[in-house]
Write a protein that binds this ligand. Sequence first.
Ligand code: SAM
Ligand code: SF4
Length: 525
Amino acid sequence: MVDCEDMGNSFDISLEKLTGLGVPRETGSAGGGASSGRLALGLAGLKPGIYRGETLEGGLRPGAAEDPKSTDLSQFRVNRSVCATQGTFFLETFGCQMNEHDSEKVAGVLLARGYRQVESPDTAAVILYNTCSIREKAAQKIFSRLGEYRFTKKEGQVIGVLGCLAQQEGEEIFERAPWVSLVCGSASYRKLPELIAQLEAGNSRITGLDTDTDETFETEMTRRNNPWRAYVTIIEGCDKACSYCVVPFTRGPERSRASASVLEEVRQLVDLGYTEVLLLGQTVNSYADPSARRMRFSELLAAVAEVPGMRRVRFMTSHPRDFGKDIVEAIEAVSAICDHVHLPVQSGSTAVLRAMARTYTREEYLERIAMLRGAKRRISITTDLIVGFPGETERDFEETLSLMEVAQYDGAFSFKYSPRPNTPSLKMEDAIPEEEKSRRLGILQAGQRDIQVERNARLVGEVFEVLVEGKSRREYQWMGHTSCNRVLNFTSPAKELLGHYVQVRVTGAGPHSLVGEAIHGGGGQ
Ligand code: SAM
Ligand code: SF4
């Protein structure tokens, strides 16, 4: 999930909101409703190596069909399991899907060591925040969360900062929030239980801030939060060095996982009941198989999609420089590879792209778009955009608007440029005033909204296969995603559809979602 502060025309945020809870828990949460057959199977059939988390029996609140972004976690009942072990931890995640998935692995590591996950920091011995520092606002939010413990931290409680802010600020965090005792970046998560053990043994402050690892963070056990879509990291870190971005500093250099290890994890996920995976990487398509097989990214995509039982393979985020025809050909050839590509452009002006060190021009990017639009299968395209980069002229901004018109994105995440520590763009001149950034963002988001209204309206009457992920309290109302990653809210008289694939005819469209009716009664499969 992209951090949403500055996000205008969102394309897909509801799924992550639907599935943010952890397991096992000891407090809170109403209900404890029965899981669907499929999910019960997932939990009962627990394999060593992957722990599928508690499942969610969805219920969109009234009105959510019209506004899926308003989906509210409190509306959902959750199945619970409690394991009687000593030591409790609370883990809150900020930021992107990479962070969400890192948290799943961190939780898995701690659960494997006998810790128990709790829902409230008040009842936790160890409180962990997995943080984001991609924009200033995200970092501020975390410091304000940490501030809540200034006077309330209990004797012996461990408060830890993980992730990008930890890596970026390092020991400075101890200065700003002296009640924090652990600071650990993503490249050191493997050592986390040892670091916590040292604190519990009496050390007052511990850091894990190495980035010089060539390992990826593979765990014995992953505690999966999302019952429908499993995240699988295939490449960590980033070597691209975009001039505005902290990721190369906070996540270290690119490290790809061996293809055999990725495929083994996917097979385990299928055994567990998953039919959809999202292959993750900051630049997922820069994947370089370190094993002797030397699989290309497009080959790995096809191999994952061909694992028996796998029905949907997604991947995110693609870097335009490494986006070749072979990826489009794989999507054309293998129907289980979803027809959606997230291809961040950032700016429509070659001059700004050069200043951003994005390594492609406007024209080269538009060639990729033409290639995607010319594919034999219709492919949805979404993007990320930054407005107000230093030196961005009105003309440059207009080029971004015109690129959006040409590209006709199906969704876009748009952000005001945020100056970040250590990045080359921090020293660039001609900063754009905040009000001007806001003005540009407003224009851009309104333009993109119009594009989405028009593009979605064209889908009325079409039939899509939907993986059903949510159930409304209102009778016969369900929600799920299409292969092209659109949210589709639909009606069906069926009693149980969660986790099923259903054919749905689109009857209406808004800028961010579709509505429809299941065809043939929508029994699902
Ligand atoms: N690796 C992906 C790529 O190359 O596009 C993106 C990763 S980044 C976590 C997600 C998005 O945050 C970027 O695509 C960019 O639009 C935005 N972003 C990154 N740094 C930013 C900054 N300093 N200010 C505003 N937006 C930023
Ligand atoms: Fe950041 Fe650029 Fe790497 Fe994406 S490709 S993570 S924007 S440095």
